[in-house]
Write a protein that binds this ligand. Structure first.
Ligand SMILES: [Zn+2]
Length: 62
């Protein structure tokens, strides 16, 4: 299994070399806290973290 990388800009998780959300190449293998956003309108977490799309995100990226 390929380790996912987290985008340093928008925290999206991806196995690609480029972020599928913001097209940034600034990805980090050092992240923690998996967040899965399924319902953007009802998610307090999404609001708090300023996430505007459903998907999988890292809580902390270093
Ligand atoms: Zn991104």
């Amino acid at each position: 299994m390929v380790k996912e990388l987290a985008c340093r800009k928008c925290k999206t998780l991806t196995t690609d070399r480029i972020c599928p959300n913001c097209k940034s190449k600034d990805l980090s293998p050092n992240w923690s806290g998996l967040i899965i956003i399924e319902d953007i309108d009802r998610s307090l977490v999404a609001k708090t973290l300023d996430i505007s799309k459903t998907g999988r995100y890292a809580l902390k990226v270093t």
